[in-house]
Design a protein around this ligand. Structure first.
Ligand SMILES: Nc1ncnc2c1ncn2[C@@H]1O[C@H](COP(=O)(O)OP(=O)(O)O)[C@@H](O)[C@H]1O
Ligand SMILES: Cc1ncc(COP(=O)(O)O)c(C=O)c1O
Length: 276
């Protein structure tokens, strides 16, 4: 029996919070065989958050192996360590991949570190990656970087997301998340058609949100790969992440911040977690 296949082009998070590990775990929950192109390896210690890049030629070879298959359901792009990787991945997809959803998570600002990539990275993303995207999923600081706008309210977030449509993407799902005030998390989806949707969930106080952004974009990719509409895919993905944060896991007791658990929604569905 042939399996349904979906691809992530992203970094490895050795501690499995975000990155390739979160993407593959998400794809598995949606019954996809997850294929992966590893762009970088992230290592985390008490003092350092390091991104080790994989040589662009090797990234290209991974893409060539995968896209020799012609029945991929969707592609998600996560961490790209340099502008060279951005240009190369965008060029490859533009010429080799047609007619399937491309979800771009423009990973530049991490919860685990304050570092934000440079202005040149922002420019490379806007010039090469956004134009090929079905949907782009920046978090709040990334939306600020890409739009050069300061964001403190949902209206600001919506306006900035609408501005990003001018870079040529079909839609922007901007994550307000916990970075906007209020008891609810608020994310905004703006589409080129003019439709604006706001997705809300109760703001959780659990500290198990490592990988929330990666899981969200992988879940959007999975739902789009199952041929849902973008609005339905986004709504389902936000609910999937919410369950994953609420029932997230700590690696051990010395970690204060834990990882999203991609199996949470299934466990709830199967009655293995009592929600009351
Ligand atoms: N504490 C929380 N409670 C509920 N939802 C959350 C929480 N933190 C993040 N989310 C949701 O998780 C997804 C990822 O958001 P965010 O953490 O802002 O992204 P990133 O990981 O890229 O910084 C969004 O849908 C956001 O609304
Ligand atoms: C490889 C990689 N990609 C992306 C992320 C971003 O993770 P999050 O979904 O928490 O924003 C991380 C965070 O550690 C990472 O290591």
């Amino acid at each position: 029996m042939a399996v349904k296949k979906i691809v992530t082009i992203a970094g490895s998070d050795s501690l499995a919070g975000g990155g390739i590990q979160a993407d593959l775990a998400t794809f598995d929950e949606y019954n996809f065989q997850g294929l992966s192109v590893i762009t970088s390896i992230v290592t985390v210690t008490q003092s350092d958050f390091l991104i080790h890049e994989i040589a662009p030629e090797l990234v290209l070879e991974q893409m060539q192996s995968i896209f020799a298959l012609d029945d991929i359901a969707a592609v998600k792009i996560g961490l790209l360590p340099t502008q060279t990787h951005v240009v190369m991945v965008a060029d490859f997809l533009k010429s080799h991949v047609k007619g399937i959803p491309i979800i771009v998570d423009p990973v530049m600002v991490f919860k685990e570190s304050d570092q934000a990539n440079t202005t040149k990275m922002v420019q490379a993303m806007k010039t090469y990656l956004l134009p090929i995207a079905t949907v782009v999923t920046p978090n709040l600081p990334e939306t600020e970087l890409l739009s050069s706008q300061k964001i403190t309210t949902v209206s600001d977030l919506t306006r900035a997301a609408e501005q990003l449509l001018q870079d040529g993407c079909q839609a922007v799902y901007a994550k307000g998340g916990t970075r906007l005030d209020g008891a609810q998390v608020k994310d905004v989806l703006v589409e080129k058609t003019g439709v604006v949707s706001i997705f809300e969930q109760p703001k959780l106080t659990t500290h198990t949100n490592n990988g929330a952004g990666c899981t969200l974009s992988a879940a959007i990719a999975s739902n789009l790969g199952q041929a849902k509409s973008l609005t339905d895919a986004a709504k389902a993905a936000q609910a999937f992440v919410h369950a994953g944060i609420e029932h997230g896991v700590l690696l051990n007791q010395s970690f204060e911040i834990g990882n999203v658990w991609q199996g949470a929604q299934r466990a709830i569905r199967e009655g293995k977690i009592d929600e009351n």
